[in-house]
Design a protein around this ligand. Structure first.
Ligand code: PMP
Length: 451
């Protein structure tokens, strides 16, 4: 039973002592006390099915006993030691994580957050290529440090201050909202009734790549591209998927100019997309740098950057240091997460339960005038809500919030995202069952009926 400060007390402290820029979900923000597997419990003990996993972070389930046990043991042996010494845990962890990656990505840097990981990747790319320009996709989110704020392309996260120089964006090859379509040429189990005229190569993909070629030639400065950053499926952007072969086309173009490709696997890594351990594998590329966070630590502040020995060598021109990155406790957590994903077959579960959930959610498109698109792969899912399916006008915030609150009342937590805030983001702990998937669809169907 919860014995801490009252709800009113929490509200007052939040107002007085925490950042006023922090957003809260729901009209009456949810106050949480406990978590177990795929469930969360509020201060009164009411249970919720957590289909958002702390924004795609809780990968193997809340309060996993194996992690708790391992952390307790490590904390009582050696809680922290700097990386200026050897400690077996970081060595074991780096070895195990590298084994999950393509052979060429042998060197791992441990940091504490996704923003820090992407910040480091920017530095690495610039040091290695000796070029300066960084390109990302419109509608992307890669972090909130000063550099990654410039990398991110969503006005909501852009403060009215000069942005770091050297960052450029290209068109987002969004197959649902983008001007060239390509909906049937995306990866994943949900197909659409829209006719796709592509024969061999996706025509939409080709057009977006041609656009990039033009930007390269006529728009971007001549400093040269140091790196192209992309997620395998956009997370904060609303589970946006690209046409088949688009990422591969970008990878080839960027490599040809001497730049590197950075895959941000902060949301799509660690088995979430089901078919593969990493999202980039669906795009049939081997990135030069991979950044990871969130699910890597199941909620513990842990993140990493993986790269090739050659790129890593370029970072030896000056000292590079991180006090907490890969400390004994965070390495212990990371190791336990990898073990649990294997032991509990969570990648396979993401695939089977995720596919079932996607197929069932897709049926809501026929039932509801508001479900414009259902997309994703494994347990990386987006449901885009619209006022009108033809014009794709985003669902107004009033109706969206009503639907969202109805879900909460009925014990279901789903996320919110997309540029227009009209996409339901579904990224639960990967231990959910088919029953949980069916419960989610039932509650959503009911809530859609009420708006
Ligand atoms: N990259 C992606 C794809 C993310 O979704 C996020 C967080 N939403 C980040 C980077 C930044 O991670 P963090 O909040 O840990 O700094």
């Amino acid at each position: 039973k919860y014995k801490g400060p009252s709800y009113e007390n929490l509200k007052a402290t939040r107002r007085a002592n925490l950042s006023p820029a922090l957003t809260t979900y729901y009209g009456k923000p949810l106050a949480l006390n406990q978590g177990y597997k795929q469930w969360l419990f509020d201060l009164d003990g009411k249970r919720y099915l957590d289909m958002f996993g702390g924004i795609c972070t809780v990968s193997v389930g809340h309060s996993h006993p194996k992690i708790t046990e391992a952390v307790n043991e490590q904390m009582s042996t050696l809680g922290h030691c700097s990386n200026v010494y050897y400690h077996p845990k970081i060595h074991q962890y780096a070895e195990k994580l590298a084994a999950k990656l393509p052979n060429k990505l042998k060197v791992i840097y441990f940091v504490n957050s996704g923003s820090e990981a992407n910040d480091l990747a920017v530095l690495m790319a610039r040091c290695y290529t000796r070029k300066s320009d960084i390109v990302s996709l419109k509608n992307c989110y890669h972090g909130m440090t000063y550099e990654t704020m410039a990398l991110t392309c969503n006005g909501y996260y852009k403060y009215p201050v000069p942005q770091s120089p050297g960052f450029f964006r290209t068109m987002n090859p969004d197959v649902y909202r983008g001007i060239w379509g390509g909906q049937n040429c995306r990866d994943g189990p949900v197909q659409t009734d829209r006719v796709c005229n592509c024969s061999q190569e996706c025509e939409a993909g080709i057009k977006y790549l041609q656009q990039f070629d033009e930007e390269l030639k006529y728009e971007f400065p001549k400093c040269g591209i140091a790196a192209f950053f992309a997620e395998s499926i956009q997370g904060v952007g609303g589970a946006v998927q690209y046409p088949k072969n688009y990422i591969k086309g970008i990878y080839n173009r960027v490599s040809a100019t001497g730049g590197v490709f950075v895959s941000d696997e902060v949301q799509t890594g660690f088995g979430r997309t089901g078919e593969h351990f990493w999202g980039f594998q669906s795009h049939e590329i081997e990135p030069d740098i991979v950044t990871m966070a969130k699910g890597i630590g199941n909620g513990f502040p842990l993140a990493a950057v993986a790269t090739t020995p050659e790129i890593a060598e370029s970072l030896t021109k000056a000292g590079h240091f991180n006090t907490f990155g890969g400390n004994p406790v965070s390495s212990t957590v990371g190791l336990a997460v990898l073990d649990i994903i294997e032991e509990e077959n969570l990648q396979e579960n993401s695939k089977t339960v995720g596919t079932h959930l996607l197929v069932e959610l897709a049926k809501l498109r026929e039932l509801s005038p508001f479900v414009g698109d259902v997309r994703g792969k494994g347990l990386m899912i987006g449901v885009e809500l619209v006022s009108d399916k033809e014009t794709k006008i985003p669902l107004d915030s009033g109706r969206f919030l009503k639907l969202w609150e109805t879900c909460l009342e009925n014990g279901l937590i789903v996320g919110k995202g997309g540029l227009h805030g009209n996409v339901l983001r579904i990224k639960p702990p990967m231990c959910i069952t088919q029953e949980d998937a069916d419960f989610t669809v039932d509650i959503l169907r009911d809530a859609l009926g009420k708006i």
